[in-house]
Design a protein around this ligand. Structure first.
Ligand code: IPD
Ligand code: CA
Ligand code: CA
Length: 264
């Protein structure tokens, strides 16, 4: 598994380096709209291509699920790639974005890499072997309550705007308890921060599998918990998830779920 992870690290660094080179000249970026308030740049496309090429050269039989290019190939090994998580930040010159790469083997998440090219921080995780930041073991924080906690989140927008009302009620509840709430704009990095103990908990609706696969594995490997925000709605498919230290995760679930709409 370490050899597979090393290839993913190499690919993530290449993708991140490409993004950082272009970040210094974003005024010349060709930004296209995929949907309302959803943008793609040549950086997303080129980084994804470069990541896939790097991994494919080493593992020609593996399959890829990339945000920009969709599913290609088939087999037991599937690489799940978000080449630029935080595109809205990127095109505004707001320096919070990341590259996220996860590996699923026969349906199980086995390894993940999240690279922050602005801080040059590399988060990694291998199932059963723990999570690391720049080669050093990381663990979730010791926080046991939402009171005093720093919680990450993402606001519903675009297609997940339908969660707007329950989300605002949830935000109201967490605001009254937590020490602070952050919405940095790269879900993959938010999850890596939970794994590293920089955030104590996190919740968001409507994420995609490439936003969360690598980060969720890291949280689990760092001693935290990840689960379905909406009961019976598996988080890796629905993208509706709660995460945190074991106690903060449980407390958040208790606080958030009462605001969910009644099931239809
Ligand atoms: C987005 C970021 C953001 C989250 C959005 C994602 P993108 O990814 O992760 O934090 O709130 O839901 O779509 O589009 O920049 O790759
Ligand atoms: Ca993303
Ligand atoms: Ca993306």
């Amino acid at each position: 598994m370490q050899a597979l992870l090393n290839t993913a690290i190499q690919a993530a660094r290449k993708g991140g380096d490409l993004a950082i080179r272009e970040f210094s000249r974003i005024d010349r970026l060709d930004v296209r709209s995929k949907a309302r308030n959803e943008f793609v740049t040549q950086v997303d496309l080129a980084a994804e291509q470069q990541i896939i090429e790097t991994i494919r050269r080493r593992y020609p039989d593996h399959a890829f699920l990339g945000e920009e290019s969709g599913l290609s190939g088939q087999g037991d090994h599937v690489w799940i790639i978000d080449p630029l998580d935080g595109t809205t930040n990127f095109i505004h010159g707001f320096p919070v974005f990341s590259v996220s790469i996860a590996l699923k083997v026969r349906g199980t998440l086995e390894a993940g890499v999240i690279y922050d090219p602005c801080r040059q921080e590399l988060f990694t995780g291998i199932r059963g072997s723990g999570a690391q930041l720049d080669g050093r073991r990381i663990r979730v924080s010791r926080q046991v309550s939402v009171e005093g906690a720093l919680i990450g989140t993402g606001f519903p927008y675009r297609s997940n705007l339908r969660w707007g009302k329950p989300y605002l009620a949830m935000l109201g509840s967490v605001m009254q308890e937590a020490a602070g709430i952050r919405r940095p704009g790269s879900a993959a990095l938010d999850l890596a921060y939970v794994a590293a103990g920089r955030l104590d908990g996190f919740w968001e609706f409507g994420l995609s599998t490439w936003d969360i696969a690598a980060g969720a594995l890291m949280i689990q490997e760092a001693g935290g918990l990840v689960s379905d925000l909406v009961p019976g709605d598996p988080w890796l498919d629905s993208g509706n998830l709660v995460a945190g230290t074991p106690k903060v995760h449980d407390a958040l679930l208790k606080m958030l779920r009462p605001h969910l709409p009644e099931p239809a």
